[in-house]
Ligand binder design. Structure first.
Ligand code: ATP
Ligand code: ZN
Ligand code: MG
Ligand code: MG
Length: 470
């Protein structure tokens, strides 16, 4: 990829979130992630090109020096900042505009700075050869997987119903979504196969922002918009069918939709419980799993559990994400007073902002410094700053996505003949899998006041509506 000879015809629209828009290269396994601005600012960008460059550099540093250590470097790809020709960016923005979902068009792509983050394309890994079935990639935005236990919590309901399930009520009441999702993150993070299966089934039924499927780099299943119609699971089944035929001695035409879906979910659960694709599966499991327990709003029937929970293997991607989320140990209610203390201190001594690295730099020594400062709860401003930093790491982990890549490995199956038969029971389908984590941006310092207000709104809405809604 030569940066001075960029051609918009080599790139196509790939997807977008709230903060950035992603285009993928038509041949190379590369994506460009560009910033987005509110549409009303489209004439005059909110920041200069230098500021945009440094914002993206900060994302790279945060990902490589903080999130990489917390989540494991085998799961994280931090990428690099690139400076693109402005003419290319302008042509690109025109080219992709009509592929964008209408409900995302309240923001526009940054066409002024020419800066972007260049990343490997996690939905079309290089190993994919044109003669074989293209890789299947499943993106899951799992959200927060534990119930808070902080003594600072004022509303008991927060220790019984998880944040995601309460937030669902809020979003449905406000019309953000038309239907409730029955996905509960506590089921996904439980490590219990039945509960995980249940969670993924409900992600498929109501994907909202939390579930997408890509085939050969192309998004083939997602929640298109806020519509009255349910997403078309038959279309998903149509894509899945070829991957799940002719295994397990089943006659292909007899494979019902239900069994295809079940097999697909089982392969996903296996991938999520494995150690990240390098084969050395972890022995140590997360014994806290059972204690973290259930969300009262989950529709999973506990009496259905046939096997006790093993918890999450300690080298699994879900375990690493959960551990990072749990750096939010005080809950927003316990953190907020520390945030206020810090804010006051920074007003009195503005130069302290640099020493406490409030807005970075997220260099190599940053994480160590934060960890050292949290050792002692001595009322110091360093302690307050470190807890605020840790809370922000947790927010990033509550908002990230994971990408599971499944590659059919017919060849591998032939080799399997030498293996003991139980191997086939564990792996009904010959897939090799790998897992990555994406979307690891640092959350802004001043988003913390907003978090407190949002928390209060979500809880009071839940207390008002939970009796009336399913
Ligand atoms: P959010 O609103 O969740 O914060 P965001 O604006 O921060 O999202 P991303 O989640 O990073 O943006 O990217 C938007 C989408 O682009 C992702 O959901 C994913 O489908 C796709 N995407 C992002 N990075 C990659 C990548 N490296 N490879 C393949 N697809 C990617
Ligand atoms: Zn829940
Ligand atoms: Mg995202
Ligand atoms: Mg994001």
């Amino acid at each position: 990829m030569e940066l001075d000879k960029m051609d918009e015809n080599d790139w196509k629209y790939h997807g977008e979130g709230n903060k950035s828009l992603v285009v993928s290269h038509v041949q190379l396994s590369r994506v460009l992630r560009l910033l987005k601005y509110p549409a009303e600012d489209s004439e005059n960008p909110p920041q200069t090109a230098e500021q945009a460059f440094s914002q993206i550099q900060t994302i790279v540093d945060f990902s490589s020096n903080v999130m990489c250590s917390l989540l494991g470097d085998k799961f994280v790809h931090s990428g690099e900042v690139v400076k693109l020709p402005l003419e290319f960016v302008r042509q690109l923005s025109i080219k992709i505009q009509h592929h964008r979902p209408v409900w995302r068009c309240d923001k526009v792509m940054d066409i002024y700075s020419g800066c972007a983050l260049c990343l490997p394309n996690l939905t079309s890994p290089l190993l994919h050869s044109p003669t074989r079935t293209p890789p299947l990639c499943i993106e899951i935005k799992p959200k927060c997987g534990f119930l808070p236990t902080s003594k600072h919590i004022s509303k008991d309901i927060k220790t019984k119903v998880c944040r995601y399930c309460m937030h669902q009520h809020y979003k449905v009441s406000n019309g953000k979504w038309k239907r409730h999702s029955l996905y509960c993150p506590l089921d996904l993070f439980s490590g219990n196969r039945q509960r995980m299966h249940f969670a993924i089934r409900h992600l498929i039924e109501e994907p909202q922002n939390n579930f997408k499927v890509f085939k050969g780099g192309q998004c083939v299943y997602s929640s298109k918009e806020v519509s009255d119609e349910s997403p078309d699971t038959n279309a998903l089944l149509h894509h899945l069918r070829p991957y799940f035929l002719s295994t397990n001695n089943r006659v292909s035409s007899h494979m019902t939709s239900k069994s295809i879906l079940n097999d697909f979910i089982q392969v996903l659960v296996n991938a999520l419980l494995s150690g990240g694709g390098d084969g050395d599966e972890g022995q140590v499991t997360d014994r806290q799993g059972e204690r973290r327990g259930f969300c009262q709003a989950s529709h999973f029937n506990r009496e259905r559990i046939r096997h006790g929970s093993q918890g999450l293997p300690s080298d699994s991607v879900l375990f690493r994400i959960l551990q990072t989320q749990m750096l939010d140990s005080l809950d927003i209610e316990g953190l907020y007073p520390l945030y206020r203390q810090l804010e006051q201190h920074l007003q009195d001594f503005p130069k302290e902002r640099t020493r406490l690295q409030i807005d970075g730099p997220y260099n190599e020594t940053f994480l160590e410094k934060v960890q050292k400062w949290t050792m002692e709860d001595n009322g110091s401003v360093e302690f307050a700053a470190a807890k605020v930093h840790q809370y922000r790491f947790a927010m990033t982990a509550k908002d990230c996505s994971l990408m599971v890549t499944l590659v059919s490995s017919e060849e591998e199956e032939e080799d399997d003949e030498d293996l003991p038969p139980q191997r086939h029971v564990c792996r009904p389908h010959p897939f090799s899998s790998s897992v990555s984590i994406l979307d690891l941006d640092p959350k802004p310092f001043d988003s913390i006041s907003r978090q407190l207000r949002l928390d209060q709104k979500i809880v009071s809405c839940y207390l008002k509506t939970s009796g009336a809604l399913p």
